[in-house]
Design a protein around this ligand. Sequence first.
Ligand code: ZN
Length: 218
Amino acid sequence: MSARVRCPRCQRPATRCYCAQLPSHALQNHWPVTILQHPQESRHALGTARIAQLGLSACNLLDATTDSIAEDLAGQRVALIYPGVDSQPLAVLHDQPPHRLLFIDATWRKSRRLLLESPFLSALPRYHLEALPPSRYRIRKEPRSDALSTLEAVVYALGCVERMPDRYLPLLRVMDWLIEEQIEAMGADTFTKNYFARNRFARNNLPADDRFDPTRHE
Ligand SMILES: [Zn+2]
């Protein structure tokens, strides 16, 4: 089979399709999810946002660079999962009616630029994840073992707000399978160099200049 033939569902080369690894039915999430994806991320071989889209009943992917984001999300309670000095722990939303959980699937630099350039996004209340297990992008040479993929952030955030920490873990097994498969295909060194997850959603994953320093009161 030609490597160029793609699975229409997961969009992977047909010979390396992960659809059989997905749960047989999409998991029913009560808190809907939207992932704003930078076009560069959609070309990323691991594309974990797509696993979330395929594996959850209420998860959509929007191009982060389109102008209609404010329209698409208008009139909804939206919680942006993006750590910062003014973000709150996501658990403060316990016992609240469902909000739409919004994630940005982009590098730090690109996501910061998106926020700066969008008055709508920058005005949203921000939340961060807490008490996370280490990332499952568990390559030995990985420079930051605490960096989370977008899929992991979605899985842990839903588990937190819906108070069912294990409910969405089956989606991570798809990612595990994909990682093993990628490592096998290209060798661990190349994988680490090219496919390190660059997205971070937890406050303790912030770059040093973003960390809140309580001693720094000018
Ligand atoms: Zn597939």
